[in-house]
Structure formats: C-alpha cells, structure tokens
Design a protein around this ligand. Structure first.
Ligand code: DQA
Length: 151
C-alpha cells in the first residue's frame, strides 16, 4: 500500500508558535511540531502548509481535494475557526475528511472561542492537548482510512 498522504494545514498566527503566548500555546515552534509528526508517523507522507491568509488556506484545501491522493486534512484554522464562513463552506465543499485541531481547549477560554463555525462540517474535533492534538488528528485520519469508504 502507498504511504497515506496527509495535509497539515495551519491558519493565521500559528507561524508565531514558540514566541506567541507560550503559557497557552507552549514553547515549540510550528517547525518543531511538524518535525515531530514526521518522526512519529514515518509511514505517512506529510504536506505542511501555513498561511496568515484565509484565501490561501481555502485554495490549499481545494488543491488537496483535486489531487485525489490525499487521505485527509488536519486543520488548525486559528481564529478563522470562530468566524470564517468562507472556510466552513470550503470544508463542506470537499469530500476529504477534515479533522479540526486546537492546541488549547477552546471551550475553556474566552466565550468567543467556544464557538467554532467549522466543527459541524469537520469529521471530528481534537482540542486542548497541545502538540498532541495534531498527533491525535493524524491518528483519527489513519483510522478512517483503514475503515475505508462509508456505505
Ligand atoms: C487555536 C485556538 C484559537 O482560538 C486561536 O485563535 C488560535 C489557536 C489553538 O490552536 O488553540 O490561533 O486554534
């Protein structure tokens, strides 16, 4: 079997991990987090993409859908989670499974973070486990790929 291909997609401000509010998001950079994923899942072929730009995130999602070889997407949409109907519509428009992940527990923070406009169109949500949220997201996609297509 070919190595499953997974897109790890990060939205605005996640480029600042390591420097950004370390008490909430930890000291590890996005590069550290991505390298740890590659080390933990040597049989997965990863593609990593981060952008501060909503449109670029949406375009990358469509690229993955069109390439057809992608098993799914682990998405930390950052603040787009809470207000981007455009991103929600894009997730709805693709058939790829998308797992929403967050480093922090968005339900245990400010009120405005407890609303995600994308959760309902994602396959599932992992929130609050720090870097491990990404690993759990990958694990979820691998389990789905093993299950095969739904009847
Ligand atoms: C975040 C949570 C969001 O509320 C926030 O806007 C982020 C990061 C997280 O990973 O915990 O940028 O998605």
């Amino acid at each position: 079997m070919n190595a499953p291909h997974i897109l790890v997609l990060n939205g605005p401000n996640l480029s600042r991990l390591g420097k950004r509010e370390p008490g909430i998001y930890g000291h590890r950079t996005l590069t550290d987090i991505n390298a740890a994923l590659e080390a933990a899942f040597p049989d997965v072929s990863f593609e990593f993409f981060q952008s501060e730009d909503e449109g670029e995130i949406i375009e990358r999602l469509y690229d993955s859908e069109d390439r057809r070889s992608c098993a799914g997407v682990v998405l930390n949409a950052g603040a787009l989670t809470h207000y981007s109907i455009a991103l929600r519509d894009a997730i709805s428009a693709v058939t790829l499974p998308v797992v929403e992940v967050h480093l922090s527990n968005i339900y245990a923070r400010e009120e405005f973070r407890s609303k995600s406009v994308i959760s309902a169109v994602c396959r599932g949500v992992v929130s609050g486990f720090g870097e491990a949220s990404y690993h759990l997201g990958v694990q979820a996609l691998l389990s789905l790929a093993e299950e095969g297509p739904k009847q």
